[in-house]
Design a protein around this ligand. Structure first.
Ligand SMILES: Cc1cc2nc3c(=O)[nH]c(=O)nc-3n(C[C@H](O)[C@H](O)[C@H](O)COP(=O)(O)OP(=O)(O)OC[C@H]3O[C@@H](n4cnc5c(N)ncnc54)[C@H](O)[C@@H]3O)c2cc1C
Length: 386
């Protein structure tokens, strides 16, 4: 009998889950992929958009194009999730009660993070974790004539631990190529003690060095407390001025989840770290919405690469269950990331984040190759899925 799999969220994790499932058993399954946004943004490209290396229409595809080969796409906001009965309801203006409900045999939750703006930062700067914010930042940067540029992380956690560092280095390249370096100061403020801390002291130190060697001023352990037209105030009593501001948003678990028993003490969904199954049988959660504690005391970072590998694991295991087989796979904590440095170069770090007692993550010599590998992945993503 045909089985129905509800895939919640068509971001990195949801797309890979749906496509892998359709490859494995398209004819024996009905896959329903839910997504609220019609524009499907490839987040890593937002960094290139910020500095004019991409146009807005080059960084997203149309969510409806994900349909086909056993995948039905439902565009709409999921309002309620019932993990016990494996069902969801989606906002629907046409329906009498304003909602349409869907029931499945399996559910994969990949709703990512809900992004909010604190301290009225939207009035003063640009949220570069959104299409609109990265676009508006780029407009201001193109007209920039010199002054103070601040890249700000106002709160933890944030997805893609490398992104603010990449943003600062790409902006520095842009400014240098425009001949504005002598008139410009670029600073990065964050509450973290150092960059990409989960990857270990050595790697964190190497990233800090990369940033500072470019002349970017780095301010770790700076927790924002207030913002005004030209000033940022921090909990250590320091204030700073800026002329152009790029910031990350506050991240929280999506409301549709926080209303359910799926939410754990961490404020996120806590799953089995190898199978990604929740406490509800046949209900899985993957990607940014999960909280996976590591032995070193911090959680697994929120990054697309983990959502991707977790999705492959979950899709494989659901297909095994449907066909009554037991050749199950495990997500083993492997992950890699590229670190854009500007002027066509990038670094690359990868390893095992489930390493005991510490993650084992190494950095390769930065160079042009890693930048072009990241560009190739972006092209591949759009070619393959949109
Ligand atoms: C600027 C930037 C650069 C990045 N660069 C990298 C990188 O180089 N490498 C890397 O590994 N990671 C990178 N990331 C992080 C990566 O994008 C995320 O970790 C990844 O997308 C997480 O996948 P996910 O499936 O968990 O969530 P998402 O990809 O965020 O997908 C969640 C989806 O669920 C949808 N959704 C949410 N709530 C609802 C609802 N109620 N109803 C319907 N739909 C809903 C959302 O619209 C979204 O499409 C970057 C992120 C940013 C912002």
């Amino acid at each position: 009998m045909s089985q129905t799999i509800l895939v919640l969220g068509a971001g990195t994790g949801g797309i890979i889950t749906a496509k892998e499932l359709s490859k494995k058993a398209g004819r024996d399954m009905k896959i329903i992929l839910f997504e609220k946004e019609e524009k499907n943004v490839f987040a890593p490209s937002l960094l290139w958009l910020m500095v004019g290396k991409r146009k807005p229409q080059q960084v997203y595809g149309n969510t409806n194009k994900l349909a086909g080969a056993g995948i039905e796409v439902v565009i709409g906001e999921i309002e309620n999730i019932d993990p016990e009965n494996i069902s969801v309801s989606v906002k629907d203006k046409e329906s009498a009660n304003g909602q349409t409900s869907y029931k499945g045999d399996y559910m994969v939750i990949s709703l990512g993070v809900e992004q909010l703006v604190e301290h009225n930062l939207n009035n003063y700067g640009h949220d570069f974790y959104t299409l609109e914010g990265a676009t508006s930042f780029n407009k201001k940067l193109q007209d920039f004539k010199g002054g103070k540029i601040a890249v700000l992380v106002p709160s933890l956690p944030f997805k893609c631990p490398a992104a603010p560092y990449e943003a600062a280095m790409l902006v520095e390249s842009f400014i240098r190529n425009k001949g504005l370096s002598s008139k410009t100061e670029i600073s990065l403020y964050t509450p973290e003690p150092g960059p990409m801390g989960v990857a270990g002291k050595e790697l964190s130190g190497a990233v800090r060095q990369m940033v500072e060697m470019k002349g970017i001023k780095y301010f770790p352990e700076y927790q924002l407390t207030a913002t005004s037209e030209k000033t940022l105030t921090f909990s250590n009593g320091k204030t700073t001025e800026y002329d152009l501001l790029a910031f990350t948003p506050k991240h929280q678990c999506p409301t549709a989840i926080s209303k359910t028993d799926l939410i754990g003490k961490s404020g996120w969904i806590e799953t089995n770290r190898n199978t990604m199954e929740t406490q509800f049988p046949n209900v899985y959660a993957i990607g940014d919405i999960t909280f996976i504690p590591l032995e070193m005391g911090k959680p697994l970072p929120k990054a697309g690469v983990f959502a991707h590998y977790q999705a492959e694991t979950v899709a494989h295991n659901i297909a095994q269950k449907i066909y009554g087989k037991s050749d199950f796979k495990k997500f083993n904590g492997e992950g890699q990331c590229f670190l854009e440095m500007g002027n066509g170069k990038a670094g690359y770090a990868g390893g095992n984040f489930y390493g005991s007692p510490l993650p084992v993550v190494k950095m390769k010599e930065p160079g042009y190759f890693w930048h072009w590998t990241k560009v190739w992945f972006e092209k591949y993503w759009f070619f393959k899925y949109f």
